[in-house]
Design a protein around this ligand. Structure first.
Ligand code: ADP
Ligand code: MG
Length: 1034
């Protein structure tokens, strides 16, 4: 204990070492078990990269020396990057051998400084990987690797390198970050100023401008637009966990159960989506942690390095088993407080109350923002004010249920198609879809919130024209949440501005449509029979409409459209596309035959220059091409003035040309600019001889042409070029102003976007209800379920495609019968029935209409399911162990307000044990949890054993046999018990050899008189699905 504390204190001493260490975020190599900065995580199986040992060892060595010498607190930004002045605090050079050439030395320094990252370095038009990064990643990126000698006669081995054209950065980032889960440091080149160069410094400094990790994507094109890209941080008080550990020193303490069984240790969560600015926190406990994390579905989890210590190992492996990508970071020397968050937030809004956050949330949030700051390396972020996710406000759907009910992806192959979300997704915008996903993962517990949502849906159903209009308009909006984020990090370009302004104008049209609707709605006299509920609904759109804040955004939109010349912009894109194809040709030359088809195809429509890359690479005002401007000339006073003077200079030029022609008698004379000769006069044909007298000195000539210098034209041309240059600069300045203006409107723009999302979801649910015949559920505070004619939305759709009909079923749980015990043949629809009722509850509380004829349900606080078997042999957990873990969770957590579905509990062991466990579950659920439960089983004995459970009803479905031996399933439930499992029928349909079926039938027949019969049948019954006999007994 003591040593642990001592160790921790050591780490926390605010010394330079810590700061340096803080940078060395370690990457956890889950399955391979070695901690390398360059190894892939388990999920992608591509982890062939080996640790780059020499670099790391040296780095540690440096760390120690430096830690011993210095104590000053140094900010990240102060640590040198790229080229390092001789006198400064530089990292030692490698060996005794002469230094690497400046470029390689810079790369090496950067690699030392960011040892956890793949370093891609900008060199001219290319990004390059060097040293072992080239060795490791060139094959994974399908790049050609070459060797470069460091200098003539050097004894050093040649350095490996591999590169790709700069415009393909996103494509390779996608592979590195998205597919291989790497951290990538992007190192750009910055021209050094004259004094630096004069002192003998290199021409360029190469500095890491950003680190891209799976959880810190901002506006990369490869991001999934339909999903949030969350980065999550988890905090657990170290003291609490060591206390728990002391309590829990049992032989099984290595098991998952030991963690989940811990007393209610508080856990703080904080998560953000940098692309939309969403920032949320939650306080929960260890037992609920896996489910909370499953709900959030982060792309990356960041944990303080203390989690690498033994007592946290179970928590870490639980997270890893669920496929999460984890990054460990050295915590900041001083814990951050809520006050420290504020600089990263957009204008702090009135309802932001720092006091409302629990200490664990503050700690998680602090470590999250600390991490982000370091990955973004100083670029500004403006997050939305943090929102507390309060567990009691939401229905909790535990991890297994989220999976088992296939809410976001299917169990079998984890695809989106076939999931509930897929069948519900009628939203037309990307951010609307993200809201839909969020709501579906955390349905509401508030009757008024749910009814507000349902009102909107109903209104949209009742007024289809309104819905269509709004959906059409929504389809014309752009993803403004992600759009505005670009501006907060200083990236938004002219196109983004145009898209944003169009979205604002469309929003205003939507408000117009809503306003018109409310007016005409008011004109319809109220129907006294419909009562208060109808009154409420009349106003629902008005309430929504009032939430839009359009005054300032509209001003902004006008300002943008006034300033930006859209025609010029599209002309510019045409030119850029042209240049891009030139680049492709060029890179084709460079890549030579190594390049596959792939390399040549994916050319971005627009090459987006990053702000720091915008170089004044203008050709010349006088190169004969028309000028292309992206701003209208009256966008600023200066622009106007500059354009005016450019115009008059252009006039002067043509006057000059005319006069010269006259004076020299040369009709072919032109004044122009060429890249080699700059400003020249040019003549051809017989005019050539006529100019020799006045301009004897020729710059270049051929038989039929002659170029010569015209001093007054050179002077004017230079002036025109300068003006042109100023216009470009002024355009950039105006663009900068507009960007600022967007950031000023950030809060309003984000709020408007949020209202649009709500409208999108409402319209989508309305459309869904119309298409699929859903009804409005009635929700109340009771603990009963009354579903008439319920259906499974996904199975029904699947059957529909085959022209089959889904048989609806009722479900009335509550005061009369709290548990339904369901028996029946294999394949008769038990599992489907269980799931459909859980789904109906979830949909209802999400605020959607539901697949049934009539639904009245009491709010459900938690949905639990124990269905199917998820083998986790890798983790040394048998089917039965998993089953029991999940069951334990349910029996411990379910409240009288919960809804539980249990499908064939106890099937993973012997029938006797299975029956015993099944009975115990029913007993506990009935007497202790007292929750609504649907329980399907093949253990018919259970129906007899629970006869004295007054509030337990037995239901079943059947097989209908025809005289000719054919049979069909009766999917409709009836009251009673069905002791026939008809397993052999299923076996025959499945294609079990006729002979085997005959033997089975014989055995069954012989067993009939035996008292043991039921038992035997149970023991030998194949389990539905793919489960084999072998796993059954395992
Ligand atoms: N209510 C229903 N109406 C029509 N077909 C159904 C119904 N319920 C289930 N099915 C069909 O029966 C198949 C098996 O259902 P399942 O719920 O797995 O049965 P069980 O759990 O009883 O073995 C489903 O895939 C579906 O095609
Ligand atoms: Mg089943």
């Amino acid at each position: 204990m003591l040593t642990q504390h001592a160790a921790r204190r050591l780490i926390c001493t605010p010394s330079r070492t810590d700061l340096v260490r803080a940078l060395s975020v370690q990457y956890r190599a889950s399955s391979l078990g070695f901690a390398s900065p360059f190894c892939a995580t388990r999920r992608n199986g591509l982890s062939r990269a080996r640790p780059s040992l020499p670099l790391r060892q040296k780095w540690h060595h440096i760390e120690q020396v430096r830690g011993a010498k210095r104590k000053a607190t140094i900010d990240l930004d102060d640590i040198p990057q790229g080229a390092i002045d001789a006198g400064a605090d530089s990292l030692p050079v490698q060996d005794e051998e002469p230094e690497y050439p400046p470029l390689l030395q810079q790369v090496l320094n950067n690699m030392l400084k960011f040892p956890h990252c793949v370093m891609v370095t900008r060199v001219g038009g290319f990004y390059e990987l060097y040293f072992d990064h080239a060795d490791d990643f060139a094959p994974l990126l399908n790049l050609k690797k070459s060797k470069r000698k460091t200098s003539k006669g050097s004894k050093r081995p040649a350095v490996s390198m591999a590169g790709f054209p700069a415009y393909q950065l996103e494509r390779y980032l996608k592979i590195l970050v998205q597919d291989l889960n790497k951290h990538v440091a992007i190192c750009d080149e910055f021209v050094n100023d004259a004094p630096t160069k004069a002192k003998g410094g290199p021409d360029y400094t190469r500095r890491v401008s950003r680190i891209v990790t799976p959880g810190t994507l901002i506006d990369e094109h490869f991001m999934d637009p339909w999903q949030n890209n969350y980065l999550l941080s988890i905090y657990i008080d170290p003291e609490a966990i060591s206390k728990d550990n002391a309590v829990k020193k049992s032989p099984s303490s290595k098991n998952v159960a030991s963690v989940l069984n811990m007393p209610r240790t508080e856990v703080g969560l904080a998560w953000i989506d940098l692309s939309s600015g969403d920032f949320l926190t939650q306080s929960t406990d260890i037992a609920s942690l896996p489910s909370a994390v499953a709900r959030i579905k982060p792309r990356e989890i960041v944990l303080d390095s203390i989690f690498q210590e033994a007592q946290y190992s179970r928590i870490v492996s639980i997270l890893e088993e669920d496929g999460h990508i984890i990054t460990f970071q050295q915590p900041s020397a001083q814990a951050l407080t809520v006050k420290d968050w504020v600089p990263m937030l957009e204008d702090v809004v009135d309802d932001f109350d720092p006091e409302s956050f629990r200490p664990s949330e503050v700690a998680a949030g602090g470590s999250l923002l600390y991490y982000v700051k370091h990955q973004l390396l100083g670029s500004r972020t403006r997050l939305q004010s943090p929102v507390r996710h309060q567990a009691e406000d939401h229905m909790s759907i535990d991890k297994n249920t989220l999976r088992a009910l296939e809410i976001r992806s299917t169990i079998r192959d984890a695809t989106f198609e076939g999931s509930l979300l897929h069948s519900l997704k009628k939203t037309v915008t990307r951010s609307g879809t993200r809201l839909l996903t969020q709501r579906l993962s955390a349905p509401s517990m508030s009757l008024s919130t749910i009814n507000d949502r349902l009102d909107l849906v109903e209104e949209m159903i009742e007024y289809p024209q309104l819905r269509e209009d709004i959906m059409t308009l929504l389809g014309q909006t752009y993803d403004s949440l992600r759009l505005v984020t670009r501006f907060t990090v200083g990236r938004g370009d002219a196109d983004d501005l145009v898209e944003l302004s169009k979205t604002i104008l469309t929003t205003s049209e939507i408000v117009g449509v809503l306003r018109e609707h409310s007016t005409s709605r008011k004109a319809i006299p109220q129907d006294p029979e419909k009562g208060a509920a109808d009154d409420r609904r009349r106003d629902c759109l008005l309430v929504l409409q009032k939430r839009f804040e359009l005054v300032h955004p509209l001003e902004l939109a006008e300002r943008i459209l006034d300033a930006i010349d859209e025609e010029g912009l599209s002309e510019q894109h045409r030119i850029e596309d042209e240049e891009a194809s030139e680049m492709v040709d060029l890179s084709q030359d460079v890549l030579g035959r190594e390049a596959g088809e792939e390399d040549l195809k994916p050319l971005p429509k627009r090459i987006q220059p990053k702000p720091h890359m915008i170089s004044p690479s203008f050709k010349s005002a006088t190169d004969g091409r028309d000028d292309v401007w992206i701003m209208k000339r009256h966008a600023s006073k200066t622009l106007k003035r500059l354009h005016d003077s450019l115009d008059s200079m252009a006039e002067m030029k043509s006057d000059m040309e005319a006069q010269l022609r006259k004076k020299l008698g040369t009709s072919s004379l032109t004044l122009k600019w060429t890249p080699n000769l700059a400003h020249i006069g040019h003549v051809k044909g017989k005019d050539v001889s006529r100019v020799t007298e006045h301009y004897p000195k020729s710059l270049s000539s051929s038989k039929s042409t002659r170029s010569f210098q015209v001093p007054e034209w050179t002077q004017l041309g230079v002036q025109m070029d300068q003006t042109r240059f100023r216009i470009r600069n002024e355009e950039q300045r105006v663009l900068g102003d507009l960007r600022e203006a967007v950031v000023h409107n950030l809060v309003k723009l984000r709020r408007n976007a949020a209202v649009l999302d709500e409208l999108d979801v409402a319209c989508a649910f309305a459309l869904l209800a119309m298409e699929k015949g859903f009804v409005r559920p009635i929700l109340n505070a009771s603990t009963s379920h009354n579903v008439i004619g319920g259906r499974h939305p996904v199975v029904e759709a699947g059957l529909g495609e085959q022209g089959r009909r889904f048989a609806p079923n009722d479900c009335t749980l509550g005061d009369q019968e709290r548990i339904w015990l369901i028996t029946g043949p294999n394949m008769a629809g038990k599992s489907t029935y269980l799931r459909q009722n859980a789904l109906i509850s979830i949909l209802a509380q999400t605020g959607s209409f539901v697949p049934a004829e009539y639904v009245e349900i009491g709010l459900v606080d938690k949905v639990f399911s124990r269905v199917g078997s998820a083998d986790n042999l890798y983790q040394d957990q048998s089917t039965f162990m998993i089953e029991m873990l999940e069951t334990a969770q349910i029996l411990k957590e379910a409240t009288p307000r919960s809804f539980v579905i249990m499908d064939e509990v106890g099937r993973g062991t012997t029938p006797e044990d299975g029956i015993a466990v099944g009975y115990a579950c029913l007993h506990h659920l009935y007497h202790v949890n007292q929750c609504r439960t649907l329980f399907a089983t093949h253990f018919h004995a259970l129906t007899d054993m629970t006869r004295d459970f007054e509030k337990l009803g037995c239901y079943c479905n059947d097989v209908a046999e025809e005289n000719d031996g054919t049979f069909s399933y009766v999917h409709k439930l009836r009251k009673g018990v069905n002791r026939q499992s008809h397993a052999l029928k299923v076996a025959r349909v499945a294609g079990l050899p006729e002979a085997a079926v005959a033997v089975a039938a014989e055995v069954l027949e012989k067993l009939k008189p035996s008292a043991d019969r039921m038992n035997y049948v149970e023991r030998h019954e194949p389990v539905p699905g793919t489960q084999s006999e072998a796993t059954m007994s395992g």
